[in-house]
Design a protein around this ligand. Sequence first.
Ligand code: PMT
Length: 391
Amino acid sequence: MAVSGGIAAYKSAELIRLLRKQGAEVRVVMTRSAMQFVGPLTFQALSGNPVHSELLDADQEHAMGHISLARWADALIIAPATANTLAKCSHGLADDLLSTLYLAATCPVYVAPAMNQAMWHKPVTQENIQKLKSHGVIIIGPEPGEQACGETGFGRMSEPSDICRRLIGEPSAACLSGLKVLISAGPTREPLDPIRYITNRSSGKMGYALAKAALKAGAQVTLVSGPVALAAPANTEIVYVETAAQMYAAVIAKAAEHDIYIGAAAVADYTPALTEAEKIKKQAEQTTLTLQKTKDILAEVAQLAERPFTVGFAAETHDLEHYAQDKLARKNLDMIAANWVGRDLGGFDSEQNALQVFWKNGQKSLAMTDKNQLAEQLIGLIAERREFNHR
Ligand code: PMT
C-alpha cells in the first residue's frame, strides 16, 4: 500500500486492518507529505512491518528497496492517491519511493484517488486518470459527498471496506454452496493431418481461474479442458479434450446434471471438413482448405430440457456490446461475459482481463484485474443473477 499526502490517509489505517483480516500481508510506503497527516508508527503497528519512505535510504534499500518491494507485492494499492501522485504516475516521473515503486511494479495496480472536488474535475486530472486507465491501472472511486475542506462533490476516497472488496473479492461467502458447476476452458485443436492442427491463442487461464473461484464459493466443479499448460485445480473433476467435437460430447454428456454451465473455452467455429490420414504434402503455390462449421456447444446447452444456468463468453475485437447482446439473445443465454481480444492487455493468454457482463435488462463492468480476482467477481455475479432468476 502506498499512501500519499491527503487527509484521507487516516482511512488507509482501516484499510490495512481489513486487508490483514482477510489474510493479506501488507507493507506500507508513505510519501513525506503523507507523514504530515498520519505518523508512520500507526501504519507500522497495523501492518506489522516497517514503513518505507525514502528512495535513497541505504538501510531501507539494503533491507527492501523499491525493486524488491515491487517484486514482493501481488498487488499495489495507492490510497489515497492525490492529484500530484496521479500526475506523477501517469507521466512516469520517479522522484520519490512511491512513484518509483509504481514504475517498477509489474503486479496489478489499484488507485483510490482523494482530493478536493474541483481538483478532481480539472481536465488535467481527468486526462491523467484516463491515461492511467489506458495503462491498465484500476481506479477505485472517488465517491461524492461532503469533503474535509467543507465543499461537496466527487473527491472523497472510497470506503476502506469497498477498496478491500475490490482488492480481495468478497470474503469467501459460500455463494455456490451445494451447487454443481461445469466449466469449459482453453482452446480446441482441429487436426488437418496427423501432425498439423488449427487452434487459437487461449491459454485456459480464465476458465481455470473460474474453476478455482467456483470451488472457493463452495461449488462442486467439473472442468472440460482443451490442451493447456496449466495444472489441474485440486478437488476438481477434469475431462481433457482436444477437438471441438470432443468438447461438445463431453459438455453435453454432463450439462444436465449441473446447475451452472460457463463456456469460457475458445472453441473452434470451423474444423477441417476432412482430416487427412497422412501428412499433407507440399505441392501447389497456393492451396485451399475446406472447413466445416462445428456444433455450437453453448447454444445446445441452452436448448436442453434440463438446462443449467447458462453463461457464455464473447471474445470481440470490435463492437463488443453489439456482438455480446446478439449472442446473449440468439443463443438464449442467461448471461454473457464479453472481453476485448487482440489488444495489449486482457483477453487471450494474458494474466489480466476485464469483462463487460450482460443479461436481460442489465449489465455490469468488471474492471481490469488479474484473472483470479476477476473470476471471483464473475462467480459472485453469476450466483447473484441465478438466485434472482429462482425467486
Ligand atoms: O484462455 P485465456 O488465455 O485465459 O483467454 C480467455 C478467453 C479470451 C479465451 C475467454 O475469456 C473467452 O473470451 N472465451 C470465449 C472465446 C470464444 O470462443 O468466444 P466466441 O465469441 O467466439 O464464442 C462465444 C461463446 O460461444 C463462448 O462462450 C464459446 O465458448 C462458445 N462456443 C463457440 C463456438 C462453438 N462451436 N461452441 C461454443 O460453445
